[in-house]
Every structure is written in structure tokens, then in C-alpha cells.
Ligand binder design. Structure first.
Ligand code: PHE
Length: 459
């Protein structure tokens, strides 16, 4: 998760190195943001909440709330040079603001539990791709292949455990440095593959209905819950509300413009999500798949394209491989959040902390995985355990943590600090500062409260 040039994130004390190049910093932040959230989660919740109108709300959330919160996290990190919890303690000693960081650690724990399950699915699909198993199958058979797989009590769990073990090994041994170096290659490559899939998807006959679904808003579909889901997903996808961008902020060199960086990360992340939507929804309509198929959507739609496109064999391998790697850069960052907290809190050795955290998260994840099959049933507020974790973390934990961060930066943090951080001690122009202060002080917290109350049905 950290930059190849940065020290490992758990070192919250002592001299901090920083990102040497602005590209290294961008690649690291984008690497954390881009993951299953863009390609798996964004399309499936867009399908669930009805398409274009949801996307419009999502874009507003990213621009009006996501970017200011990201900027707020970056500046808290660069000012304090500390991690998610200690940065608050450093900036306002003796206060309770650090609770936002504690929520973030809890959120990371629960997100990683179900995220690891989906990441495991990508491994199964890499193997299926190598075995050319989609060739010659129709949409129905591909759908059945997916449901047979996820309801199987053993296979998804094995893949999940393998994926979590890989994540644990990476975080324990610090081979992140190697992985990050080549994750600079990974995100651009993923982008290229998605664009190729887009071209295939939009040229499918019957695909146009998919584009209409994505771009012709039907505002009658917008409910309070849909708006809360859009807001929660903007935090999820931008990796906000968990202190990850605080930690990155602590590594950003002082010459780097924080405003520009936030906008670049947000635009890249959003672009990849939209392109993933364009690759998926024309296929959904062309093949008569239900847009609200839920978490399986990408695994049910894209194999249909691979089965029918020239070079589909190679593309399917490459796509699922890249998706798995993009997931790995995100699981690493999630595990790192939990591990660095554990190390500090319990004064524990790093390897031991990794082993314990990975084990606990994996066990929770096994229940999430089984809730798609043998342990299914809508037992948690009308949802199975998997959907419950997914819904709870994005819509509640991240949203509340982001709310606290906006209050902290908007109302508590010394204005001089904000000014110094945004203008790099007065050396660059930050014409947007007035707007930023207004957004973080009023718009973000008020919007979050209203959306939150509407989403849980209070208003
Ligand atoms: N942003 C990542 C994604 O979209 C998920 C993630 C969330 C990673 C929070 C780290 C922290 O897949």
C-alpha cells in the first residue's frame, strides 16, 4: 500500500520518508483506490439502484463530498506525519477525535472479510479462464456456473483462504515494495483491457439498452437508500473513511499540491468505474441478464463476452488476472490498516500481528462466503451476512468516519494549518481554498447527515 519509496506504514514514529516522485505518490493512492470497488461493486450497486440516476448522484457525491474529504485526509496526514489514529492525537492532544480512526480500523476489518471472498472468486475465474471453460457456453450456463461455484461450501472458501494468505505474506514480509513497483503498470494495463471490453460491449447487438440504462436517468428510481448507497460507495471506492489517505498524506512531499493530487485520484478512480459500467451493462441487456443480479454481476456478464469475442481466451485470463492483482493492492492496504493498529495497540511483533489479524479476518470472511450458499438466509436486517457486512461498512462506518473527519478539518483544525498545507507554506497558489473550506465545513457534514438520515429512513 505504501509507496515504493516510503517506509512501511506501521512506522508511525521516527523519521518518515516520503514519496520521491509525484508519479509514485499518485500510483500508490490510485492503486489503493482502484480495485474491486470499481469493477465489481460499482456495476452491481448501479444495477441494484436502477442505473443512470444513481450514477448521477454518485458523481455528485464524489465531486462535492469525496474530493473534499480526500483532501482533508491528505492534509491531516501530511501535517501530523502520523497514521489514522495517531494523527488526530497529534494534532489535538487529549481529544476524542481519534475515534474516527478507530471506526476506520473496524471498517477495514469487516471490509476485508468480504472483500477477500470476492478476491478469491477472481482466482477461481483465473483458473476457469485458463481452462477455457467459458467457450461455447450460453448466458444461462455461465450464470449457472457462477451460482454453482458460490453456493459450493468448499471451493470459494479455499480460494478466499489462499487469497488472504497471499495478502498476509505480502504484508508480513514487506514485499509490497516489489508489488507496488509493478502496480504502476497494473492500473494502466487494466484500463486498456477495460477499454477493449468497452468496445466489444458497445458493439454488441442489443447492447444499446445497456447504455440507456447507464446514461438516461430515471429519477423516479432515486430513493433515500439509493442516495446513501451512492455516498457510501464514493467513500468505499476512493478508500476514504479508513485513514488510508491520512497515512498516504503523511508520505506526500511538501512540494506536492494536495488539491491537484486529490482531483487526479478521484478522476482516475471514477473513470475506471464508469468504463467498467460501460463494459458490463450492454452485455447485461444483450444477453438478457438481470441488472440487479447482485454481487455476481461482473462474474456472470463478462464471461459471456469472453466466450464470444475473438481472442476471448487470452482476454479472460488477462482480465481476471489484473482484477485479482488490483484486488491484492487493495487487500494489502486494508490489512495494513488493521495490522499497524494492532502493532501499536498491543505492542506486538509485526509478523505475529499479521498472523492474528489475517486469521481473524479470514474466519469472519468464511461466514460471509458461506452465507452465499449453505448458510444463506436473510438473517441480518433482511440481508445475508455477506450483504450485511458490505452494506454496513460502506453506508455506516465509512460515512460516519468521513463525517467526523469533515468536522475535524472544518471546525477544529487551526485555519493556519489548512492554509499552509494547501499552499505548501505559501509557495503555491490554492485558489480553491475558499471553496474547500466551505465544502468541508458546511456542505460535506450537512449533506452526510441528511443523506444518512434519509438513507436509514428517519427523514
Ligand atoms: N477502494 C478500494 C476499491 O475500490 C477498496 C478499498 C476500500 C481499499 C478502502 C482500501 C480501503 O476496491
Amino acid at each position: 500500500m505504501s509507496s515504493e519509496n516510503a517506509k512501511s506504514i506501521n512506522q508511525s514514529s521516527g523519521e518518515r520518508e516520503s514519496f520521491k516522485s509525484s508519479f509514485g505518490l499518485l500510483a500508490a493512492a490510485i492503486g489503493s483506490a482502484v480495485g474491486l470497488g470499481n469493477i465489481w461493486r460499482f456495476p452491481y450497486i448501479t444495477g441494484k439502484y436502477g442505473g443512470a440516476a444513481f450514477i448521477l448522484v454518485y458523481l455528485i457525491c464524489v465531486a462535492a463530498i469525496g474530493i473534499p474529504i480526500m483532501l482533508a485526509e491528505f492534509l491531516v496526514g501530511r501535517q501530523s506525519k502520523k497514521d489514522a489514529i495517531n494523527s488526530f492525537k497529534e494534532l489535538v492532544p487529549g481529544s476524542k477525535w481519534y475515534i474516527s480512526g478507530v471506526l476506520g480500523v473496524l471498517a477495514a476489518f469487516m471490509i476485508l472479510a468480504f472483500y477477500g471472498v470476492i478476491a478469491g472468486w477472481t482466482l477461481e475465474y483465473i483458473v476457469k479462464s485458463f481452462g477455457n471453460q467459458f467457450a461455447g457456453l450460453g448466458a444461462e450456463e455461465i450464470g449457472k456456473m457462477f451460482s454453482d461455484f458460490v453456493t459450493n461450501p468448499i471451493r470459494p472458501v479455499i480460494w478466499q483462504v489462499i487469497f488472504m494468505a497471499i495478502t498476509g505474506i505480502v504484508v508480513a514480509t514487506g514485499v509490497e515494495k516489489g508489488i507496488e513497483k509493478y502496480s504502476k503498470l497494473l492500473v494502466p494495463l487494466l484500463l486498456v483491457i477495460v477499454i477493449i471490453l468497452d468496445i466489444r460491449a458497445v458493439t454488441l447487438s442489443g447492447g444499446k439498452a445497456g447504455l440507456d440504462f447507464l446514461f438516461k436517468p430515471d429519477f423516479s428510481k432515486i430513493t433515500g437508500e439509493a442516495i446513501l448507497a451512492a455516498l457510501g460507495h464514493s467513500f468505499f471506492s476512493l478508500s476514504l473513511g479508513m485513514g488510508i489517505m491520512i497515512t498516504y498524506g503523511s508520505y506526500i512531499p511538501k512540494e506536492e499540491g494536495l488539491g491537484k493530487t486529490s482531483i487526479k485520484v478521484a478522476i482516475s478512480d471514477t473513470l475506471i468505474a464508469l468504463l467498467a459500467g460501460i463494459a458490463i451493462f450492454p452485455v447485461v441487456f444483450a444477453f438478457g441478464i438481470a441488472p440487479n443480479s447482485g454481487p455476481g454481476l461482473v462474474f456472470i456478464t463478462l464471461p459471456n463476452v469472453f466466450a464470444q469475442m475473438p481472442g476471448g481466451y487470452a482476454f479472460s485470463i488477462l482480465f481476471f488476472l489484473l482484477l485479482g492483482l488490483a484486488a491484492l493492492t487493495s487487500t494489502m492496504s486494508l490489512l495494513e490498516v488493521v495490522v499497524s493498529y494492532t502493532i501499536e495497540k498491543f505492542n506486538m511483533d509485526r509478523k505475529k500481528a499479521v498472523a492474528i489479524c489475517t486469521l481473524l479476518i479470514t474466519v469472519l470472511g468464511v461466514f460471509a462466503s458461506l452465507s452465499n450458499g449453505p448458510l444463506s438466509g436473510e438473517v441480518f436486517f433482511g440481508k445475508n451476512f455477506f450483504d450485511f457486512l458490505d452494506y454496513l461498512t460502506a453506508n455506516y462506518f465509512l460515512t460516519i468516519a468521513a463525517f467526523i473527519t469533515s468536522l475535524f478539518v472544518g471546525w477544529k483544525l487551526d485555519k493556519k494549518i489548512i492554509k499552509n498545507q494547501l499552499t505548501n507554506e505559501g509557495t503555491i497558489n490554492a485558489g480553491y481554498m475558499g471553496i474547500f473550506k466551505f465544502m468541508i465545513k458546511f456542505i460535506a457534514p450537512i449533506a452526510i447527515i441528511i443523506v444518512f438520515l434519509a438513507g436509514i429512513g428517519v427523514i
